[in-house]
Design a protein around this ligand. Structure first.
Ligand SMILES: Cc1cc2nc3c(=O)[nH]c(=O)nc-3n(C[C@H](O)[C@H](O)[C@H](O)COP(=O)(O)O)c2cc1C
Length: 198
């Protein structure tokens, strides 16, 4: 079956055995029918934000690719760890690059973009503060963020098997509900685009 909607999934961790990336893979497998969840693998290649380079003709290729992929996606799913009570720098940096349109010719990739947030940590509260900080970022970008359910996979090592697969049904249900809420927003936005094109 061809997918009607595309969700771009971004993990906030670069670590090979990342719990957050494992949850993102689980989310891909749990995506509703008609939804393709593509996992973004380019975070490591995004250079530090530089406003001097943030124009269509000067932007680094990896950054332009990220912006293009966000523009093409019907929604974003971000699953992130918490670093020092906040958003990992690599993730914040990528979002900064995706948040601008200084020439006012391209459009803002994150504007009204449906976004769902989740996070995991082996600690008891990890990801809560990172998720809150991420929600603040999406206020400035005026993105359309799913508010419920909140998916806070604390003590995540107890929810994954040795092979990194999700074995906790409660987490799976939450992820499914989050994806359903994101899909509803993405479908509504896609419908307005189709309507506008008519
Ligand atoms: C630089 C750094 C800062 C961290 N800060 C926090 C933190 O503020 N709160 C927390 O619960 N865990 C913190 N941790 C632990 C992470 O939750 C843990 O390493 C987690 O597994 C990282 O996510 P990942 O498995 O997806 O790579 C930190 C880890 C690192 C490397």
């Amino acid at each position: 079956m061809t997918s009607e909607l595309t969700i771009l999934g971004i993990s906030g961790s670069l670590r090979t055995d990342s719990y957050n990336s494992a949850l993102l893979r689980a989310a891909r497998d749990l995506a509703p029918a008609g939804v393709a969840l593509d996992i973004y693998a380019g975070l490591r290649d995004i250079p530090p934000y530089d406003m001097d380079l943030d124009t269509p003709d000067r932007r680094p290729a990896a950054v332009q690719d990220l912006r293009d992929r966000i523009n093409a996606a019907d929604g974003l799913l971000i699953i992130t760890p918490e670093f020092n009570y906040s958003i990992p720098g690599v993730l914040k940096n990528a979002l900064d690059w995706a948040s601008t349109d200084w020439t006012e010719t391209e459009g803002l990739p994150l504007l009204r973009k449906p976004v769902a947030i989740a996070g995991a940590a082996p600690t008891n509260f990890g990801s809560v503060r990172a998720q809150l900080a991420l929600r603040q970022v999406f206020v400035w970008t005026d993105s359309d963020v799913v508010t419920k359910p909140e998916v806070i996979a604390f003590r995540v090592h107890e929810r994954l098997g040795q092979d990194g697969r999700l074995i906790d049904e409660g987490t799976a249900v939450l992820l499914r509900n989050l994806l359903d809420a994101l899909t509803a927003k993405a479908a509504a936005k896609a419908a307005t685009k189709v309507g506008a094109a008519r």
